[in-house]
Design a protein around this ligand. Structure first.
Ligand SMILES: [Fe+2]
Length: 499
């Protein structure tokens, strides 16, 4: 039986990992961009609308001075379109993937911003219509096929880049010019029916990566992989069958431990089998399942322990480190799944009882499977970012974005530096006409302390109708400079700074 027939039999949505190949297409942004439509819109909606300009240009409008010691590329990705031909895309996660690469050298900066030319995107542009379902928006003509949309994150990998969708296979981009190379399966070691996380972790010392994916099929298994930077292949460490297709967005990697905090959010199979709506429509939150903490030995075939904790919607994770038999880690957790409903129709308006994530630090005895302590570090925050050189080690600092108030929750209104040891919070506030995205921390090469470096904050100013990158001194949390991007570019989701 062919893979397609197998999934259709099961009724599961099919992600065409390879996708049909189309002839190269020269991109022209034909989507309408009507300022008048957006005048009365909430700030967050304006900050995530369709991109105004793509291409490459020098960033000449800089307030302050770009430090000459900043040398490298800030690379980020996010949805670049909120329409697909005649269809308005509903979900916060929907839209063709757009990368932004801002290159810094000798106190100057240039930007390269363009769409990722995936086979699915090319095919839709060629045929002039929406052919594939997005995560939260169905294509006009009924189909089960999901678009492999690498708009969540992007990481460097063996001289190239992996643009990541989480549902499908990574999209490999050329390390020099970010052009599309292939839909990547790690030399055949990532099965066609297994997705790939948008949040792999790379060990800064060994260069080895850790990743996971969910099996599309009867087992609904969580596959956990080690990524070998030398061979470019994956090695499967664990295959854990699940009772449901859980929504697992992030995980944690320590020196000897891999841990998952799995929320009680899952895709309802009957809705998927009968193709009743989008994947986001099929997402269900059932508090009775609790929040499952899975703790695994990092070594293949090691021990496994599972704890069921009170229900919470776990989103992004911070760092994890071990102290003897104990593990300490941070997770952004909301008290229920209301944020999932909100972002599914976030253009519609205000949502009454929205629960936003708090940053929680957990200490767990991994040997006996007991929670030793739990403390709230900050309320209403997400997009945690820590010094990646400290992955799996005890780290003192965490940076995160502060969510907006009830009137506009997705307007991130500031960035907080959390000193975990001293329980101190330092804030950098957005102005009332600004919204921020994920703060990206880049440590200095010869840093003498964990927080020595720069914080890059992407954002949008309603006042200027223009996007920016603010650079902060990450020790003092004071602004060093602001780079105006010269156009509106959607704020986007995740990224990295690469020297
Ligand atoms: Fe994420």
């Amino acid at each position: 039986m062919k893979r397609r027939e197998f999934f259709l039999m099961l009724g599961l949505p099919l992600i065409s990992f390879k996708g049909p190949l189309a002839a190269p297409h020269s991109f022209k942004n034909k989507q309408s961009f009507n300022e008048i439509d957006w005048k009365s819109a909430r700030l967050s909606l304006k900050a995530y609308r369709s991109v105004q300009k793509t291409g490459q240009w020098k960033l000449e409008d800089v307030e302050g001075q770009i430090p000459s010691e900043i040398s490298g590329t800030l690379l980020r990705v996010g949805p670049g379109l909120k329409e697909n031909h005649d269809t308005r895309l509903k979900h916060f996660f929907d839209g063709d993937a757009l990368f932004q690469a801002i290159r810094f050298k000798d106190g100057q900066a240039t930007i390269h911003c363009d769409f990722i030319d995936t086979p699915h995107r090319k095919e839709e542009l060629e045929k002039g219509r929406m052919l594939y379902n997005e995560f939260g928006t169905m294509a006009p003509k009924r189909t089960r096929e999901l678009k492999n949309q690498p708009n969540i994150s992007i990481i460097p990998w063996r001289g190239d880049y992996l643009a990541l969708s989480e549902g499908g296979h990574p999209i490999l981009l050329d390390g020099k010019d970010l052009s599309f190379k292939e839909v990547h399966d790690f030399k055949g070691t990532l099965p066609n029916s297994v997705g790939f996380t948008a949040h792999p972790k790379i060990d800064p010392e060994t260069g080895k990566g850790y990743a996971f994916g969910i099996k599309q099929g009867a087992s609904m298994a969580l596959h956990i992989y080690e990524m070998d930077p030398d061979s470019g292949e994956l090695e499967e460490l664990y295959r854990l069958p699940q009772s449901k297709v859980f929504m697992i967005h992030d995980f944690m990697v320590g020196k000897d431990t891999i841990a998952f905090m799995i929320p009680p959010a899952y895709f309802k199979l009957s809705d998927i089998i009968f193709n009743r709506g989008s994947m986001a429509d099929a997402l269900t939150y059932d508090a009775s399942l609790g929040n499952r903490l899975i703790i695994l030995d990092k070594k293949k075939g090691g021990s496994r322990r599972e704890l069921t904790l009170p229900a919470a919607m776990s989103f992004h994770c911070g760092n994890l480190y071990e102290e003897g038999d104990e593990i300490v880690f941070t997770v952004c957790q909301a008290r229920d799944g209301s944020l999932l409903s909100y972002i599914a129709n976030w253009q519609e308006g205000v949502y009454g009882n929205l629960s936003r994530p708090d940053i929680i630090e957990w200490r767990v005895d991994k040997l006996h499977g007991r929670v030793l302590s739990k403390r709230k570090l900050a309320s209403s925050h997400d997009f945690p970012f820590f010094n990646r050189n400290y992955l799996g080690k005890k780290s003192e600092y965490l940076y995160a974005a502060n969510m907006g108030d009830k009137s506009d929750p997705m307007r991130f209104s500031g960035v907080t530096k959390i000193n975990l040891a001293e329980n101190l919070l330092e804030r950098y506030e957005a102005r009332e006409y600004e919204t921020f995205g994920e703060p990206v921390f880049h440590p200095l090469k010869e840093a003498s302390s964990e927080d020595q470096g720069y914080l890059f904050i992407p954002g949008y100013s309603e006042k200027r109708n223009e996007s920016f990158i603010k650079i902060l001194n990450s020790q003092s949390m004071k602004e060093v400079c602001c780079l105006w991007l010269g156009a509106f570019i959607p704020v986007g989701f995740h990224g990295h700074f690469m020297s």
